[in-house]
Write a protein that binds this ligand. Sequence first.
Ligand SMILES: CC(C)(COP(=O)(O)OP(=O)(O)OC[C@H]1O[C@@H](n2cnc3c(N)ncnc32)[C@H](O)[C@@H]1OP(=O)(O)O)[C@@H](O)C(=O)NCCC(=O)NCCS
Length: 211
Amino acid sequence: MPLFKKINHQDRATVFVWKIEEELKELSEYTVLRDVSAKRLNNMKSKIHQKGFMSIRQLLILAGYTDNDLFYNGDGKPHLTDGKCISITHSFEYAAIVISEENVGIDIEKKREKIIRIADKFCNDKELLYVNSQEIEKRVENTTLIWCAKESVFKMCNTRGLSFKDHIYVDLDRYNNKEGEAIVSRGSLQKRFEYFSCDLGSFMMTYSFAK
Ligand SMILES: CC(C)(COP(=O)(O)OP(=O)(O)OC[C@H]1O[C@@H](n2cnc3c(N)ncnc32)[C@H](O)[C@@H]1OP(=O)(O)O)[C@@H](O)C(=O)NCCC(=O)NCCS
């Protein structure tokens, strides 16, 4: 499928989502990769990862860019050569980018029951109390949302060693509106973010901005 969803978020950012239904060959047609990208692609062991990587290049084209316009810092954070901000995610059959004049983060995760078993690794006590009181389906959904929100915020922070459990707090109180606040707190690093979620059926997507 070509573009699955495009969100123009309040003139602040554009989110492009690709649903990956093509074979790798089709996704690679007419796409010129820089040497470093071609090398990365060839070194990927999983076909799913390769398809995610190439779907991102398709989304770049839709956004008016090519692989040539994308580069990474030493920690793997992507940047665009024209100075705009970009964040990237790919998970199984979905890939997405968000582009903005301001710092942004995005994440997609599959909703899976097994997330409940590892929730205490990335949720603090308050978040756990909130999700543990819920019916199983809601619990999976909200735990996945917490994960996604933390990943999207993490991608904005450019800070090594941030712990999802100890340093990033997600406020789910406004979740019915599909948006909320996340706070990063570690020593002198104190930042507030807002996240927006988008339900993709069996997947959850969130994207974030600084407040
Ligand atoms: C690097 C990390 C952010 C990637 O997230 P992910 O959910 O595994 O994978 P996604 O597909 O959503 O994102 C991958 C993209 O993130 C981007 N990325 C990688 N490192 C990044 C960084 N330091 N900052 C911002 N973006 C980054 C890249 O664009 C990458 O895709 P690409 O290399 O194909 O362009 C994640 O693995 C990570 O390190 N998380 C923090 C570690 C942690 O604390 N985990 C949980 C503990 S319980």
